[in-house]
Ligand binder design. Structure first.
Ligand SMILES: [Zn+2]
Length: 139
């Protein structure tokens, strides 16, 4: 009896883990860009991404919220992440950037899953197509 409940508990945990969102789910264009790092500093690509990562709407956090800066006044942690990412990026501290991005993804799964669930498909698709086309032009 006890064994069975341990197994079902494990199954429950495994199922829950499978549902965790990844960066690819919440900010697909940044997921693609981070995979291309390191990028040489002051290159055209580096500069463009720097402007994006430093902007509230187009940074990693902003993309997760659907190209919106609504989080700025609503979630202090997201605001902190949004401030931290461009600092790491500018300092070429890509390992620290990656580490904080993973923290942000954890925070998202904990606090903002509802945003993901409620997000309108059209909006997501629109932002994905735009960033996808944009990545292609820069490559
Ligand atoms: Zn938050």
């Amino acid at each position: 009896m006890q064994n069975r409940s341990v197994i079902s508990r494990r199954r429950y945990v495994a199922a829950k883990e499978q549902q965790l969102l990844t960066l690819g789910d919440i900010a697909p264009s940044w997921d693609e860009r981070l995979k291309q790092l390191p990028v040489s500093k002051w290159s055209l690509k580096w500069l463009k991404w720097y402007f994006d990562i430093a902007s509230r709407e187009t940074c990693i956090v902003g993309e997760a919220f659907g190209q919106s800066s609504a989080y700025w006044n609503e979630c202090a942690e997201c605001r902190t992440f949004s401030r931290q990412f461009p600092r790491h990026y500018k300092a070429l501290s890509y390992k620290e950037l990656e580490r904080d991005v993973q923290r942000f993804v954890g925070h998202w799964n904990e606090k903002h899953r509802d945003v993901e669930n409620n997000r309108r498909c059209l909006r997501w698709f629109d932002s994905f197509v735009r960033s996808d086309g944009y990545i292609r032009t820069l490559q």
